[in-house]
Design a protein around this ligand. Structure first.
Ligand code: NAD
Length: 253
């Protein structure tokens, strides 16, 4: 293996690790030699089901719960990498969105990302360096109608990554964001909350619009995203920080 893509001996934190892109990242880092993975998700059963060879710490909890991050402080000792990835869907037009729905999406996708990234940065500052990747979205770059709270939160996390990059270069820490287009994961299936939130425009209409306007003509796979996130996290990307890397099959052209 290319030694600059090697995570041998490294400790990494991944949120939203039970499913989709986060689970694919856990498998990628496990295959790439990581010594220890700290995996966080609200889905305890999904976390337990992950079949990984390296040492793991699996924590069931919500990323927007500040107490979770106080409890996790000791587990983050010697942290080298963080993938700030947990997120939920959130649909609705700005004109018709109620405040409760806005806050539900912001709480997980923005507050949760802030709590995760700030905890990881403090830990990596003590380690003496590291790298983080934040999962943003192309909907935070290109305004997609009907995806208001989600797009705003994702624009926020991308900019948070850039500010954190500027603040932490002196600590030998790189921070980048990835902005995916459609990725084939459970986020598009959704639970009760998700279905309630898509009522404003409709799930099928949103999916159709995204697929029809993607030059590649298909959604990405979680493994494709994991490779790109792994690259940004790795020493291969040593000169990249504060970058928002779009991976969208051409959707934002
Ligand atoms: P997914 O639903 O498969 O995975 C998301 C994971 O986050 C799930 O395991 C879920 O249980 C977990 N999660 C949700 N709320 C949480 C919370 N409060 N605390 C801890 N864990 C929580 O979806 P995915 O597509 O793999 O999503 C991963 C990230 O990628 C999200 O931030 C999402 O917004 C982003 N993203 C996805 C797409 C896409 O099309 N799938 C596109 C752009 C960005």
């Amino acid at each position: 293996m290319n030694d600059r893509l090697d995570f041998k001996g490294r400790t990494a934190l991944i949120t939203g690790a039970a499913s989709g892109i986060g689970a694919a990242c856990a498998r990628f880092l496990d295959r790439s030699g990581s010594a220890r993975l700290i995996l966080v998700d609200v889905d305890e059963a999904g976390l337990s089901a992950l079949d990984l060879q390296c040492e793991t710490v699996r924590i069931a909890g919500s990323v927007d719960d500040p107490e979770l991050w106080s409890r996790l402080e000791a587990d983050l000792t010697s942290l080298n990498h963080a993938i700030v990835n947990a997120g939920i869907g959130g649909f609705g037009e700005i004109a018709n969105l109620d405040l409760a729905e806005w806050r539900r999406v912001m709480s997980v996708n923005l507050d949760g990302a802030f709590l995760t990234l700030s905890s990881a940065l403090r830990a990596m500052q003590k380690t003496g360096g590291g790298s983080a990747v934040v999962t943003a979205s192309v909907t935070g770059v290109k305004p997609v109608p009907g995806i208001g709270p989600y797009g705003v939160a994702k624009a926020g996390v991308a900019h948070m990554a850039r500010i954190a990059a500027a603040e932490n270069a002196k600590h030998n820490i790189r921070v980048n964001a990835i902005a995916p287009g459609g990725v084939d994961t459970a986020i598009w299936e959704g639970g009760e909350d998700f279905l309630k939130s898509v009522k404003a425009i409709g799930r099928e209409a949103t999916l159709k619009t995204m697929a029809a306007t993607t030059p590649r003509g298909q959604f990405a796979t979680p493994d494709e995203l994991a490779g790109e996130i792994g690259f940004l996290l790795s020493d291969m990307a040593a000169n990249m920080t504060g970058h928002v890397m779009i991976s969208d099959g051409g959707f934002s052209f």
